[in-house]
Design a protein around this ligand. Structure first.
Ligand code: NAP
Length: 270
């Protein structure tokens, strides 16, 4: 059968927040593509362990419990992933929180601001820092780990949001963190592409997950949101996982520092 395969054979990937939603579909797809996958969860232990078994168990896929709210948490997770599989080729930073209730800036609790920045941004600093150190160490060992096809010594994909590009009224804390991930992507591209580490960003729009279902399944809000998306519906988690996978393959070998919009065209009309 003719076709083009997206293959991650011999690669080790760490995917944060893999127990549910977009992260879980990304874990499945990366495992199907042949990667060994470590993924993190915070609370959803049963679902995480079932997913790890579904994706091949112990030798192929591991669920790691890790709260991610500080740089130290991020570094600890990378350490656990490397301990599990001996190396790291791909980091997908997917975990995140979106406090669902409207919070006007004049009254937003400082605790909410701190928590959102801690989970969505501070932990990312630690994750990226430790992952890059690991990828650089691997590359130093005789270029080991560099793919012959794209010369990549590693891939990092950060999951942002349309909110990071156009802001989000009453969710300034969330939008600030997602905008920062775009700046981080661009900064790291210039810094790390010369070392063979590709850094890119995927920015989803509305996707049906537990994070968004309160809004998307609301009989009044749901249809209003869908009407604002040119393709006429929210996305499916798999439709985010696919573009993330693509960015980690040699087919995307000349893409660095890009923000890949995956939002049914919504960011252009919002
Ligand atoms: P989700 O269904 O709410 O899943 C969130 C994941 O992150 C879970 O695996 C969760 O672990 C983990 N997590 C949450 N807080 C954590 C913490 N403090 N420490 C460690 N892990 C934590 O979210 P999603 O909708 O799939 O979203 C995934 C990413 O896409 C997020 O970065 C989000 O901002 C972004 N995004 C989503 C949408 C959307 O419409 N859904 C739109 C734009 C961008 P547990 O399961 O163990 O709690």
């Amino acid at each position: 059968m003719a076709g083009v395969a997206l293959v991650l054979e011999d690669k080790v990937a760490l995917i944060t927040g893999g127990s549910r939603g977009i992260g879980a579909e990304t874990v499945r797809l990366f495992a199907q593509a042949g990667a060994r996958v470590a993924f993190s969860y915070r609370q959803a232990r049963e679902r995480a362990e079932a997913l790890a078994v579904e994706c091949g168990g112990e030798g192929r896929c591991r669920a790691i419990e890790q709260d991610l709210a500080t740089p130290a948490d991020g570094r600890a997770l990378v350490e656990s992933a490397v301990e599990a599989f001996g190396r790291l080729d791909i980091l997908v930073v997917n975990h995140g929180i979106w406090p669902p209730h409207d919070a006007p800036i004049a009254t937003m609790a400082e605790a909410q601001w701190r928590q959102t920045l801690g989970v969505n941004l501070d932990s990312v600093f630690g994750l990226v820092q430790a992952a890059v150190a690991q990828m650089e160490a691997q590359a130093r060992v005789g270029g080991e780990g560099r793919s012959a096809k794209d010369g990549a010594a590693g891939h990092i994909v950060l999951i942002s949001s349309t909110a990071g590009q156009r802001g989000e009224a009453f969710h300034a804390d969330y939008a600030v963190t997602k905008g920062a991930l775009i700046s981080l992507t661009k900064s790291l591209s210039s810094e790390l592409a010369p070392k063979g580490i590709r850094v890119n960003c995927v920015a989803p729009g509305w996707v049906m997950t537990e994070m968004s279902q309160g809004t998307l399944k609301d009989p009044e809000l749901g249809p209003r949101v869908a009407a604002g998306i040119p393709v006429g519906r929210p996305g499916d988690p798999q439709e985010i996982a696919g573009p993330v996978l693509f960015l980690c393959t040699p087919l995307a070998g000349f893409i660095s520092g890009e923000v890949l919009n995956v939002n049914g065209g919504a960011v252009l009309v919002g």
